[in-house]
Ligand binder design. Structure first.
Ligand code: PGA
Length: 265
């Protein structure tokens, strides 16, 4: 049985002070939830301030990028050890914004993922096709290439620890969500690919998140699909109310949600 996960990608939003405030509110509302793994990913300068607000809750901290070398002359880069010491358990790798604006490739994604795992950080590895690729009928070939390349430096032992995120580029920040059926089709393809490259057991345990305009009103329909194990949320994760609603939307029964959150505010 795969545990649901909701990860908030705050991108280049929220100063450390703002981020700490939002984290505190989120932890206050859903910090007791154990049915869903909740991860928030602020910018690098906000990591420690956010960690202080969530460390006593079940909410976990994630970063949005890393570099694979341990230390040295790599101006502007951040290592896995630095992230670990800042309280991170997760790190988003290969987001489409990094691929399109900052030259991230499947090879660099794969090296970063391997480095993260070496230091016990769980990589959330992103893949997804562009609109023109979907229109040309290339979804399967694009995703296959990205998955093979992005997992190239991983092995049978560490593959089960990772999280994958399918984020169609045309659905990110656009308000256009893939239909649950469209998303499930690609998630099924990804699971089958991982089964072929690694093992069927690892593939069946692997969590695959959907990302792209996830909101409180579409989360339930998305996670009702067989291969969807939660969501990577951008815009809606910047608002305490919508993020909390997305998390509680993943609980088995909404009527029990309040009792389960332990929310007494
Ligand atoms: P969005 O972003 O939810 O704002 O579409 C998702 C993401 O980029 O991870």
């Amino acid at each position: 049985m795969r545990k649901m996960m909701i990860a908030g990608n705050w991108k280049m939003n929220k100063s450390p002070v703002e981020a700490a405030g939002l984290a505190e509110k989120i932890a206050g509302k859903v910090g007791d939830i154990r049915h869903v793994d909740i991860v928030i990913c602020p910018s690098f300068p906000a990591l420690t301030a956010v960690y202080e607000k969530i460390e006593k809750s079940y909410v976990r901290l994630g970063a949005q990028n890393l570099f694979w070398e341990r230390e040295g002359a790599y101006t502007g880069e951040v290592s896995t050890l630095m992230l670990r010491e800042s309280g991170c358990r997760y790190v988003i790798i290969g987001h489409s914004e990094r691929r399109s604006h900052f030259g991230e490739t499947d090879e660099t994604v794969s090296r970063k993922a391997a480095a993260a795992l070496e230091w016990n950080l769980i990589p959330i590895i992103c893949v997804g096709e562009k609109l023109e690729e979907r229109e040309r009928g290339e979804v399967e070939s694009v995703i296959t290439k990205q998955i093979k390349g992005s997992l190239a430096h991983l092995n049978d032992e560490n593959i089960a620890k990772i999280v994958l995120a399918y984020e169609p580029v045309w659905a990110i920040g656009t308000g256009k969500t893939a239909t649950p059926a469209q998303a499930n089709e690609v998630h099924g393809l990804i699971r089958a690919l991982v089964g072929d490259i690694f093992s069927k057991e690892a593939a069946s345990e692997l969590r695959i998140l959907y990302g792209g305009s996830v909101k409180p009103d579409n989360i339930r329909a998305l996670i009702a699909e067989e291969h969807l194990d939660g969501a990577l949320v951008g815009g809606a994760s910047l608002d305490e109310h919508s993020f909390v609603e997305i998390v509680t939307g993943c609980l088995p029964d909404t009527s029990g949600a309040e009792a389960e959150t332990g929310d007494s505010q």
